[in-house]
Design a protein around this ligand. Structure first.
Ligand code: ATP
Ligand code: MG
Length: 662
């Protein structure tokens, strides 16, 4: 692990955006003072603060003890009982939300389906009964491998209703990846579809499930939604059509009273830094923060239409497509297909047609749109939007400004939300009616979240200095473990950095949660993510952040996207190698390389000037859209790629980069 306290900080971003008065006036948290009050309350009495917030959930039995923290093990709201699906559905049925749209779905071919809270409740109860009739009991694991169709949300909520933890596996993964995840969790049943639509083609999911289940001995049944209408192989006795089973299932299914710490789901991380980890989340704490952040960060109002573009196969799709918005009584928009299908303006056309008010997407998507220029968005009236969000990677200031200007027309606050599969919910983000924003900064931790930037000994580093991003106290939606691997959990997250102190003097050192990310804080305390600690470069004794050099490159008008890695160099230690995707219509040539080198030198300093620049049509990304620098590092070093590539989005990108090399 490099010593991060010496990460040189080069990027200077001076632009500021204050909350607009007309936004603040109506916001849940409407001023800096109001937000500071919440922060102070939380700091003074963290457990009391979380206990007060938790009263907003609907409990079947109240908890006895708010927190039991025996590092690295945390348990929240001990003795309490509730049901997540009842919090997302049943509690809304007594009042005006009963007939409100819970879910509006658009298929890639263009069909639209709408479910009210009442209808969604009926579907969930029916599917919970189907699961029970197929032998699924409390505690049994259910794998979900589905396209982005309403049935995916129904399946998740039905599992939650009966206390069967789900493991959603992104439907873009191969049969092998699915098999490994089924076997890791020893799942009893898989829910899938015949196929789903993507870029005008049917992705045949049932075929992949058949191949996976042939090597997954714990699976007893496969439930198949008829979605694409393609032919599928059928194993009588094992396979069940969703539609047939639902037709005969009862719509009455009481929500099971579950312990606060009963497992809710297992979800594998993206694999940006290595082999994916099966992150385990439990009921109450997870639900609490997923719901609260809908109010704090997305400032949800009853009339909002909330669109989070993430797939349910990622944590963002768990917390901000399903659990958070439904617990908060929102109307969500869900979309099945590819963002640029059938044309580059699909998203903007959907925003205009459905009148989306809050739009939450990933920097990778924003950079893809930026690459195409503003025209596709300008074809549509996006004045319905009032708030924009991003998650998944650091957003380069240039992409932030583009999003703000072209999509938000300068009116919509942007919430850059930092969090992880492990944190369950947003941790560091603006509260849009209260926090002035700076492009490229996720701003400040939310109330109750004690995040900091520290050195190896756990001491906070001075403003402007890079360090490890840690969380000092447990929080309700934190992961409870890595499924089946308690020692990896302790080693990965709780053994790298502790509170400062000397054991020799008998001072107690408590472990901090280690995020794996590098960050710095500025003079206002704002957090700036510097990228993964594993990706930090070491050039002539200087530690450089990937994020800063990439952002300098992206601020050049010819560049759409960039990834920076270090290549071994005898003199410098590492030499900066940049992989650059030019904007559409830009001629990639030697002159542009020189120009980019000068541009980086001017923007952040000569030390960061790339030694090599390689143009590429596309960068290797995870299925969730994150740049996989570890693969580029292997390529830049001149070797072949050895690391885990199972979560890579498009193997051909890597193959092309490799053949360029030869
Ligand atoms: P793995 O842990 O397997 O390498 P992963 O970390 O990519 O996969 P996720 O949990 O989906 O899997 O991603 C969380 C990470 O994404 C964070 O640790 C951080 O590096 C990055 N990230 C997410 N949101 C932001 C953000 N707003 N700004 C900067 N980085 C972000
Ligand atoms: Mg991670």
């Amino acid at each position: 692990m490099p010593e991060p306290a010496k990460i040189s900080v080069l990027l200077k971003e001076g632009r500021r955006f204050k909350p607009l008065p007309e936004f603040s006036r109506r916001a849940h948290v409407n001023s800096r003072a109001a937000l500071e009050r919440l922060r102070r309350q939380a700091a003074r009495d963290p457990e009391g603060f979380w206990a007060a917030q938790a009263r907003s959930l609907e409990w079947i039995k109240p908890w006895r003890k708010t927190l039991d923290w025996r590092p690295p093990r945390a348990r929240w709201f001990l003795g309490g009982r509730l049901n997540v699906s009842a919090n997302c559905l049943d509690r809304h049925l007594a009042g005006p939300l009963r007939q409100k749209a819970a879910l509006i779905w658009e298929g890639e071919p263009g069909e639209v389906r709408t479910f009210t809270y009442q209808q969604l409740h009926g579907e969930v109860c029916r599917f919970a009964n189907v699961l029970k009739s197929l032998g699924v009991r409390r505690g049994d694991r259910v794998a979900i491998y589905m396209p982005m169709i309403p049935e995916a949300a129904v399946a998740m909520l039905a599992c939650a209703r009966i206390g069967a933890p789900h493991s959603v596996v992104f439907a873009g993964f191969s049969a092998e990846a699915l098999r490994d995840r089924i076997n890791d969790a020893a799942a009893k049943l898989v829910v899938t579809a015949d196929g789903g639509w993507r870029r005008g083609n049917v992705v045949r999911l049932k075929d992949a499930v058949d191949a996976a289940v042939a090597q997954a001995p714990t699976i007893e049944h496969v439930v198949v939604v008829k979605r694409a209408g393609c032919e599928v192989a059928w194993q009588p006795g094992r396979d069940v059509w969703w539609q047939e089973a639902m037709a005969v299932a009862s719509a009455a299914c009481p929500a099971s009273p579950l312990d606060s710490e009963h497992p809710l789901f297992i979800l594998y991380t993206s694999g940006s830094t290595g082999k994916p980890k099966g992150v385990l989340h439990t009921q109450a704490g997870y639900l609490l923060q997923a719901r609260l952040t809908m109010e704090w960060v997305f400032d949800l109002k009853p009339e909002d239409l909330f669109w989070c573009t993430a797939d349910v196969g990622w944590v963002t799709g768990h917390s901000y497509v399903v659990y958070g918005p439904l617990a908060a009584g929102a109307t969500i928009l869900m979309y099945e297909g590819a963002p640029l299908h059938p044309g580059p303006d699909r998203f903007w056309s959907m925003i205009e047609r459905h009148k989306v008010t809050i739009f939450y997407t990933a920097p990778t998507a924003i950079r893809a749109f930026m690459r195409l220029g503003p025209e596709p968005a300008r074809r549509h009236d996006l004045s319905c939007l009032r708030l924009l969000g991003t998650v998944g990677e650091p957003i380069n200031p240039e992409a932030w400004l583009w999003y703000h200007k072209v999509i938000g027309n300068g009116r919509c606050p942007i919430v850059d939300t930092w969090w992880q599969t492990e944190t369950g919910a947003i941790m560091i983000a603006p509260v849009p009616g209260a926090t002035p924003t700076k492009p490229g900064s996720a701003t400040l931790p939310l109330p109750g979240i004690e995040a900091d930037v520290v050195d190896r000994d756990g001491r906070p580093v001075p403003a402007g200095t890079g360090g490890f991003l840690v969380v000092k106290r447990p929080w309700p939606s934190m992961l409870r473990g890595i499924y089946g691997d308690p020692s990896r959990y302790a080693a990965q997250y709780f053994s790298q950095v502790s509170s400062p102190g000397s054991c020799a003097r008998g001072e107690r050192r408590t472990p901090y949660y280690f995020t794996g990310d590098g960050a710095r804080r500025d003079e206002d305390g704002y957090f700036w993510m510097l990228g993964r600690i594993d990706d930090v470069l070491n050039v002539a004794g200087h530690r450089l952040s990937t994020m800063e050099i990439e952002s300098a490159l992206v601020s050049h008008p010819s560049v759409a996207e960039a990834a920076v890695v270090g290549r071994p160099d005898e003199v410098l230690g590492q030499a900066v190698t940049a992989f650059v995707t030019p904007r559409v219509g830009v001629q990639a040539c030697e002159n542009l390389k020189d120009d980019l080198r000068q541009h980086v030198a001017r923007a952040i300093g000569a030390i960061a000037k790339p030694a090599d620049i390689r143009f590429t049509e596309a960068l290797p990304k995870t299925r969730s859209g994150k740049i996989m620098r570890r693969l580029l590092r292997e390529l830049a070093a001149g070797g072949s790629v050895r690391g885990d590539v199972t979560t890579l989005e498009d193997l051909s990108v890597l193959a092309r980069l490799q053949s360029d090399e030869e």
